[in-house]
Design a protein around this ligand. Sequence first.
Ligand SMILES: NC(=O)C1=CN([C@@H]2O[C@H](COP(=O)(O)OP(=O)(O)OC[C@H]3O[C@@H](n4cnc5c(N)ncnc54)[C@H](O)[C@@H]3O)[C@@H](O)[C@H]2O)C=CC1
Ligand SMILES: CC(C)CC(=O)C(=O)O
Ligand SMILES: [Mg+2]
Length: 371
Amino acid sequence: MSSLKNSFKIAVLPGDGIGREVMPACLEVIDAAVKVAGAPPMSFETHQAGAQFYAESGEALPASALEACRKADAILFGAMGWPDIRFPDGTEIIPQLDLRMEFGLFAGVRPIRWFPGLPKVLSDPRAEGIDFVLIREQTEGLFYARGRGEIRDDQEAYDTMQITRAGTERVTEFAFQIAAQRKRRGRPGVVTCVDKANVFSSMAFFRKIFDEVAEKHPDVQKDYAYVDALALNMVKKPWALDVLVTENMFGDILSDLAAGLIGGMGMAASADIGEHYGLFQPAHGTAPDIAGKGVANPSAMILSGAMMLDWLAVKHREPKLADAARLIEAAVEHTLSTKTAVPMEYGGGANCADMTRSVIGALGAVRKEVA
Ligand SMILES: NC(=O)C1=CN([C@@H]2O[C@H](COP(=O)(O)OP(=O)(O)OC[C@H]3O[C@@H](n4cnc5c(N)ncnc54)[C@H](O)[C@@H]3O)[C@@H](O)[C@H]2O)C=CC1
Ligand SMILES: CC(C)CC(=O)C(=O)O
Ligand SMILES: [Mg+2]
């Protein structure tokens, strides 16, 4: 049975800094791609939130924005946070963490794949085979400490790592399912549990639950790595990785390292997935060092938009949305591999608007190869 929906409502939170620059690029590309694919259109409803909005209004995440997210079919998110704008207690304004809790967005899905046109960061030719996905637990782990930490006196401070059975079961189950899907597409089908089980009880518990979940997936191999060794292997032989599952903070750090393997944060697409909601955002932040210049690489935001279309395609049984996602991916690859536009992030001359124009221009060219 196919979808009965003839349009999709998307809550759009551009946020701060380059979030406000890459979001329009993403919306334009999605609009164009769904038209080319003959898929149902998206209706975008934009809401202001984040640090810069807080400075203007005194609110970081207005109730109206939250409500729009709740009612939407999916959420598109740019980036939030600005070093100089803080809450009165000195903490940074990062409502994305509240959204992860509010909507139970437990799985941070961060795919890393090299394709022609991306910088060859590693000289080994096998680096052309980099194709892995990092699944980051996003509702507990060391981020549990946010708002709960304690600076006891001038000598001591404490933060707590929380690992629960339920939280670990759902994220590891998710990782095994992703590995099984990837195996059907010819990938190895291996989930690596990334932890520090040799030192921390919380991490030993994470690994124990991982083992229990692995038992239910005999078709997928399991593997383990301590996070320090994994960081080494991510640089030495990333082509050997398939699916990684890890706690919140380790995943945060490793996903930026992983982005470095394919040229930088401008390629780092990401999805925050929960049982009922999906929020799609690049893994990068607001990039205060380049914000306002129009030079950001919008590819990560655009590819996060493609991840949203894929998620909607499955949820609403609408294959044309998956066609639109394939078109977007192919158009980004075509733009980079033909060097129609080389992002300034890699030393090229293409700014955010040039990249957007080129990707939209490539949709027609890739239509036949995707069909
Ligand atoms: N999901 C989110 O909304 C995130 C928000 N943040 C917030 O963003 C602010 C800045 O954080 P940073 O640590 O500087 O991380 P960042 O990811 O914003 O920037 C790191 C480096 O990558 C570059 N970069 C990032 N995205 C790029 C793009 N699309 N094209 C070209 N270059 C790009 C930046 O110019 C910078 O040199 C902070 O307030 C932080 O809390 C940080 C990470 C994620
Ligand atoms: C504000 C940050 C904690 C978000 C972040 O770095 C991320 O989502 O990767
Ligand atoms: Mg991060």
